[in-house]
Write a protein that binds this ligand. Structure first.
Ligand SMILES: CC(C)(COP(=O)(O)OP(=O)(O)OC[C@H]1O[C@@H](n2cnc3c(N)ncnc32)[C@H](O)[C@@H]1OP(=O)(O)O)[C@@H](O)C(=O)NCCC(=O)NCCS
Length: 141
């Protein structure tokens, strides 16, 4: 892809699982170094079983930004996998991904996410607050 094409800022929208090419999602996970996500069986599950998906595509129709939500549609929602391809970062796409998802979650009591400490400022700008209340349990691989 040429730099001229990269200069066009894609638009984020809600999508369905059939709008997202599993191989392109796999490639985005890999590009961002999320290797535990980047397995074909997992990508298939992510697309089939998430409740809300948002994405942006470049002018060639390739996936360049993606995020998803798991929710009971009443009390809880978890935002996962907020990702922008490096060549499109720091141009507002990540913020737009989260805002598009939050617009679907206005009646949900608690919207949560986990993130690396370095990304905290990004989410604070979107009115998330750090929490000490969450705990995780991982399955060994
Ligand atoms: C984090 C991420 C989604 C942000 O997307 P983005 O499109 O680059 O973000 P935006 O352009 O909307 O950023 C808005 C503001 O958030 C802050 N911000 C953005 N990325 C940041 C980062 N990595 N660290 C700290 N602050 C950040 C900045 O204040 C930025 O404003 P500025 O560019 O004027 O300084 C993107 O960098 C990414 O995909 N990173 C790798 C995957 C990841 O860590 N995802 C989060 C997992 S929970």
């Amino acid at each position: 892809m040429s730099r001229a094409r990269d200069s066009v800022r894609p638009t984020v929208s809600l999508v369905t699982s059939s709008d997202v090419d599993a191989d392109e999602l796999l490639a985005l996970y890999r590009e961002l170094g999320w290797h535990s996500h980047a397995r074909p069986d997992r990508v298939a599950g992510v697309l089939a079983n998430s409740d809300i998906l948002a994405a942006a595509f470049d002018r060639d129709g390739r996936l360049v930004a993606f995020a998803r939500v798991l929710t009971d549609h009443v009390l809880y929602a978890m935002v996962h996998d907020v990702m922008v391809a490096p060549r499109f970062q720091r141009r507002g796409l990540g913020s737009e991904l989260v805002r598009v998802l939050l617009a679907e979650l206005t009646s949900i009591r608690r919207v949560s996410l986990t993130c690396d400490p370095g990304v905290v400022p990004f989410y604070e700008r979107l009115e998330f607050e750090p929490s000490t209340r969450s705990m995780d349990r991982y399955q060994e691989e």
